[in-house]
Design a binder for this molecule. Sequence first.
Ligand code: SF4
Ligand code: SF4
Length: 397
Amino acid sequence: MGVTKGRLGMKPRDTEAARLARLVKARAKSLGFDLVGVAPAEPLADHQRVAQERVRRGYLEGMPWFNHERVARAADPQRLLPGARSVIVVGLSYLPPESGGQTGKQAATLAGKVARYARWTDYHVAMKAKLRELAAAIQEFAGRQVKVRVFVDDGALLERAFAERAGLGWFGKNTNILTQAHGSWVFLGALITDLDLAPDAPLKKTCGECTRCMPACPTGAIVAPYAVDARRCISYLTIEHRGPVPRELRPLMGDWVFGCDLCQEVCPVNRDATPASEASPLKRTGHDVLGLTSLLSMTQEEFAERFRDSPINRAKLVGLQRNACVALGNLHDPRAVPALCRALAHAEPLVRGHAAWALGRISGPEAQRLLEEALEAERDAWVREEVGEALKDLHTP
Ligand code: SF4
Ligand code: SF4
């Protein structure tokens, strides 16, 4: 009798959870999100173990926000919102419509490539605003004061793991979440709530035998399936990393000046990905590629103005100028020599050192003369070392 009563007691609540989930999903779609799913607010022990292992191996070095304590919290919604019942995960496509699912076009010479996600206004701002609208709608649907907390890629929640649990997609061997409709070109955000919502089932899909992304990574950053060593990843090196780029990685970085899409471009799941819709809350910035020589002469004021609403802001001006030198060195184009010559007198040693490296790669009598003059004038020990190495590169046949 007790059991029967319990079952009868569960039914109306389950129906209510399903009804609320339907309302929430419909509202999320009308707010412009391409994907939405619900996960139960339970700790993800497996993902926590995997993330802890990455921290232990140093793959996330240089990202102090990923530490053992933070990862433990990020895998457990209860620690982020006491009394949590559901995690709503949303996805927003950032595939530019003209990309056709694969590589973008390089518009100009001496231009550096920008990862697709950074060709839009800052997704943190737009997605948080839309998630707050969703939070307000949830209060209305529930008819009571509901606890909510919003997350957009700030390291506080393992969004990818919850996206998988909520049925949005599956983990690719390049560690991206692969969705059926939009491939891996999606921003993820989440909202934890103490409202009961009917959860979705995870997708029963995997990469199968495919390993295409692994050899496609030029720096060997995908060290094993499902494991990226951030210290070798061009995305990390061009965006988050603050010091010199390790010399052995520079020649492998090609002409990427901000981010890298290579392991996504080769992914067969991305071949027919549906691009971002007209209704996207994100706006294009026009920063599809960046002129490398003009970056080298950019002032702080110009940088602040130009990248005010862009994720590119995160690299900071000096980081972007360092990246521009690496890309110019890899383009091997003598037209870059005058700009690199001026960069040898830059106020920041970081830029001077990478400019020297680029001149060593471009080579030629003019580059040699400039490097020899720089060696005479330079007082910074690290830059002198870079100039010395660049001169050696020049003399290496
Ligand atoms: Fe390698 Fe680029 Fe993918 Fe990083 S983003 S893992 S560098 S292919
Ligand atoms: Fe998975 Fe293949 Fe895509 Fe890599 S390229 S993420 S292995 S499907």
